[in-house]
Design a protein around this ligand. Sequence first.
Ligand code: SAM
Length: 275
Amino acid sequence: MELWMVEQNTPGYSVNWKIKQTLYRETTRFQELEVLETEELGRVMVLDGNIQVTEVDEFIYHEMIAHVPLYTHPRPREVLIIGGGDGGTAREALKHEGVSIELVEIDPSVVEASKRYLPQMGGALDDPRVKVIIGDGIEYIEKCQKKYDVVIIDSSDPVGPAVGLFSEGFYRQVHRVLNEDGLLIAQTESPSFNRDLLAGVNQTLKDIFPLVRVCLTSIPCYLAGFWTFTVASKRYDPTGEIRRAGLDSGYRYYTPEVHQAAFVLPPFIKAILRE
Ligand code: SAM
């Protein structure tokens, strides 16, 4: 018998995934967590019915969310990741010499499942340069007295515990914990299906930071392919000169040219951003 998972992305749009087997399933305190073996994209992590990462194309998302800010900053040292409990973003950030990473993930089961079933990502969470903190990123940042060069908001979709990770209050706290030349990047969803969210986050960040830029990537496993990241910066412009020193030649998606090209936006996205 064939097994298919229906990923209901919006009330009017769903994607079907052919499943070979269910490797893990748990109703955690925060969400419904599954690790599935798919026919086409290897193992996948699913939260509340939505694909978070696939073994086959996770490198695109993780290289972009990590390297765009980390090559924009000339000397990143202190890095804070909010969410990202699968470990993919931490794995990429570790490729930058001298970084020390704190990762705040609300759901310990995501961390454990990733270490066990997705070690290509989860393995990074055992690196001594990564301090994994289990807790709510919003509460953590409100109490935080430390300063960071780069904050990476690697959140799930804006439902459940992640809703507040897209709020003005949270972004103001991130601004507070960033150094004078610090910057943040946030995953800001699909420009086709989450237009209001993208426009709202862009405007909110513009009220707080002097420099806000959106970049666009194509991630096959995500809602309709197109995906956005928003960078908000106190000093360095991600569309300007970027650091090339220490550039790893082993990336599968990120290059300085891809970085620059990602900020060239088609008119329909500029219209969403009112630019
Ligand atoms: N790459 C993925 C995507 O965009 O689909 C998401 C990466 S990761 C799996 C997102 C993580 O954010 C989840 O593990 C989730 O538990 C975590 N998360 C959600 N809300 C959070 C919060 N308030 N504080 C910390 N982590 C949170």
